[in-house]
Structures are given as C-alpha cells and as structure tokens.
Design a protein around this ligand. Structure first.
Ligand SMILES: O=c1nc[nH]c2c1ncn2[C@H]1C[C@H](O)[C@@H](COP(=O)(O)OP(=O)(O)OP(=O)(O)O)O1
Ligand SMILES: [Mg+2]
Length: 413
C-alpha cells in the first residue's frame, strides 16, 4: 500500500468555497446530534460566488484545517428552530476532487465539534473521510487530485468511530471494485481514517479551542486513574496549582503504554498529551515490585491479572504469594513522574516506598494494591492511611517532593 508522498507535510492549497448555505437535503452524510439530524452535503458549482475563502486544506493525513467559515455558518444553523428540524451544512466547492471532498467533510466535523465544545460541551461521535484508490493495481491512501486523475478507480470513504460507513460513493468508473480489491481498499482506508479520527482531528479541535489556553498555574495530569488524581490534587493544590486530568478532556486519545520502563511510559503519556494540548503536562507511571516475584508485576501492575481490575490483580498477587513466608514478602511501590511542556526537555523524578505484602487485605482507603501493602513504620496498610498520611510516605508523595525540588529551575529555563 502506498500513501501519498507528502502525507507527513502540511500542504496548503487554496480551495474556493463559493457559498455556504443551509437547507434541508436528503443525501450525503447524515448523523444524529441528539435529536438533531445533521447532513453534510458537498457539491460542485460552476461559478464562484461572492464568498471565497481559503481553506488550509489537508492532503496529507496529518494537517490542519481552517474552519472558521463553516463554524460561523453553523452558529446560525444551531439556532433553536433549525435545531428541532435538523439542518444541513452545504459546502459548495468549485473543484470536486475526492481529496477536497474528504477535507471538507473532515473540516465540517472539526467545525461542528468545536462549536459544541464552546456551547454546551456536547461530544459528537467522530467521523472522517479519506480518498483512496488504485493506480496500476497499487493501493493509494489519501490520493491527491492529481493522483486521482491517474487512478483506475477511487472513492471517498466516510466512516464513524464505531466503524459504520457513512458514505461509500461508488461511481460508474468503480464498477470493477469487487471482492479482494474492495477489501484491500477498505482496509487501507480504515488505517487512514483511524489516524484522522484518533489524532489529526482531535488535535485540530484542541488547538482551536479556547479552553486550551496556556494557563501557567494549571497542570494537566495525564492520568485517567481517579485515585492518582485525588492524591495529586491534595499534593499540588497547596502549592497554588489547579489540577486537571484526562477525565476533564474526554476528547483526548488514550496513550498506549508501550515502554519498557516506568520512565519510558511516563514520558510517552506526558509528552504525547503535551504535544496535543500545548499545555504543561505531568504524567505518573507507577507500580508494585515484589521481590519474591523477581520484581513483578512492575510496569505491568495495572494489567497484571486483568486490565485495570484491582480486585483481580490483588487476588492474583495473593495467589502467587500463597506459600511465601512473611519475611520474604518484601515489596516496593515505585513512581516515576515526568513533567513535559512544549519546547523543553522533560523533567523526571522518582519516588519509592518499601513494605510487605499482607496475607489478607486491610483498609478501605486509597486504590489499587493499597489494601495489601503493609507499611512497617506505621504498622498499617496503605489503605488504612488517610490521604494526607499516605502522601507523606508514599512513592507518589516522595516523587512529587523530588520533582518540586527541581521544578522552579526547570520552569524558569
Ligand atoms: O499508590 C498506589 N496504591 C496502590 N496501587 C498503586 C499505586 N500507585 C500505582 N498503583 C498500581 C495501580 C495500577 O495497577 C498500577 C499503575 O499503573 P499506571 O499505568 O501507572 O496507572 P493507571 O493505568 O492506573 O493510570 P494512568 O496510566 O492513566 O495514569 O500500579
Ligand atoms: Mg496506565
């Protein structure tokens, strides 16, 4: 499979939008926004109208779009009476190549979602379009208009996040697209589409949104773990920082923890989210290292028995240590923190706490392995400590102190 050669570059090509009007239509892309039916219709007009706009149009899969005009039209569209009936966003372009059609569709999604975020924060199910085809029996994803004219067959595919196809525009020239060829084409398209939905569009939405302003005293913590979030709030609020987490940004993608160390994983989380949001971002990668298990589960602590299933993970731990005597049940909780911000080298800090793995769980506080982690100096399990007590001695609390000791120098750099 070939991809468009310039797909990694932002290619700017002016596209005239001659007119943006709103009216009821029956076809093109349809989806529901609550009770509202939305249709995006892209069609060709022969003459340029009074409203001409340049779109920073993406031909490559990674690029941005300028959707101001679509957005201002939508503002009218979302006004009450129309909202009841549903509305169509009609974008008329002077040149209907597949790449332009795909770009307009993608831009429309961004525009609509932006507007909703600025209004009531409603989330729209993402959808994306991509232009795919065969040139001399070779599959091309993200065909340009030029490539398209050399193509034996091509089509614009629109898919939503759950995989439903919203549009497959077969034309006469595509009559030969059957069987294997069609399967291959859909496979190629889906790769491009998931990149668009997972990254490019979300990134565009975030960057264009006002709520991602660079606020110096807000720290975004790249975690979806509520237990960690509560601890970080208590740790950072007294220092004058407001804490937000990924739970406040449901539109951000999940970052896969593919690293081999706590540091690699924490960097992945912090730097990916910082690049996307342009905000300072702190990430925590942590885990439990049990000596009798050769340091396991370690970086795999969250997916030891079953992914993010604390009860199953604790049960597996107890099971694996069934015959291990008390004095050999030593363990360490570890946290690596990484603070990332655009344009600087990330700041890294570690923290650890030593303890013993209990034979039966104790206490209801905290999260994860806390009920099984006994802290000898306090003669309590982690889950028997209050939040403040835990933060004083925990791996996370210690890592935070280590981080803050270097934070000011790093921040002023
Ligand atoms: O203070 C703690 N008390 C008890 N258990 C803990 C603690 N700190 C980490 N742990 C456990 C929970 C999870 O099984 C794993 C962390 O995995 P880790 O990938 O860093 O966090 P996560 O996936 O829950 O959230 P996220 O990656 O979104 O920050 O170690
Ligand atoms: Mg994780």
């Amino acid at each position: 499979m070939r991809k468009h050669e310039n797909r990694d570059n932002l290619e700017v090509r002016p596209v005239s939008i001659t007119k943006l009007s709103l009216k009821q239509v029956d076809s093109a892309i349809e989806y529901r926004l609550g009770l509202t039916k939305v249709t995006i219709l892209v069609n060709e007009v022969s003459t340029a109208g009074e409203l001409t706009v340049d779109i920073n149009q993406w031909l490559g899969i990674k690029a941005s779009v300028n959707v101001d005009v679509i957005t201002s039209s939508l503002k009218t569209a979302l006004a009450e009476p129309l909202k009841e009936k549903g509305f169509a966003l009609q974008v008329q372009i002077t040149q209907v190549d597949g790449d332009v059609v795909a770009a307009v569709i993608n831009a429309s999604y961004v525009a609509i979602q932006n507007l909703l975020l600025q209004n009531d924060g409603q989330q729209l199910k993402p959808f994306s379009a991509v232009n795919v085809g065969f040139i001399d029996f070779e599959l091309f994803v993200d065909l340009t208009g030029q490539e398209e004219s050399d193509a034996d067959s091509h089509l614009v595919i629109v898919q939503n996040e759950s995989g439903a196809f919203l549009q497959l525009n077969f034309e006469k020239s595509n009559a030969d697209l059957l069987g294997d060829k069609l399967t291959q084409l859909l496979g190629g398209a889906m790769e491009g589409l998931s990149e668009l939905m997972g990254n490019s569009q979300k990134q565009t939405i975030l960057i264009q949104n006002n709520h991602i302003e660079n606020q110096k005293d807000v720290i975004l913590i790249a975690t979806k773990n509520e237990g960690k979030a509560t601890e970080f709030k208590r740790l950072f609020n007294p220092l004058g920082f407001k804490i937000t987490t990924l739970l406040d940004y449901p539109e951000l993608p999940d970052v896969e923890e593919t690293g081999k160390t706590f540091e690699e994983n924490a960097k992945l989380k912090a730097e990916t989210i910082s690049n996307l949001t342009k905000l300072p971002v702190l990430a925590d990668d942590s885990g439990l290292m049990v000596d009798a298990l050769g340091g396991r589960p370690g970086i795999f602590s969250a997916r030891y028995a079953r992914d993010h299933d604390d009860a199953a993970n604790n049960a597996k731990l107890l099971h694996e240590l069934t015959d291990v005597p008390k004095e050999e049940r030593t363990a360490t909780f570890h946290t690596t923190l990484v603070f990332a911000r655009p344009g600087s080298e990330s700041l890294v800090a570690d923290g650890e706490v030593a303890g013993l793995i209990l034979g039966i769980p104790r206490g209801d506080n905290g999260f994860g392995y806390d009920p099984l982690f006994y802290v000898p100096e306090l003669d309590k399990s982690m889950a028997e400590l209050t939040e403040t007590e835990k933060n004083k001695i925990s791996h996370r609390g210690r890592a935070t102190v280590n981080l803050m000791s270097e934070f000011n120098d790093w921040w002023e750099k």
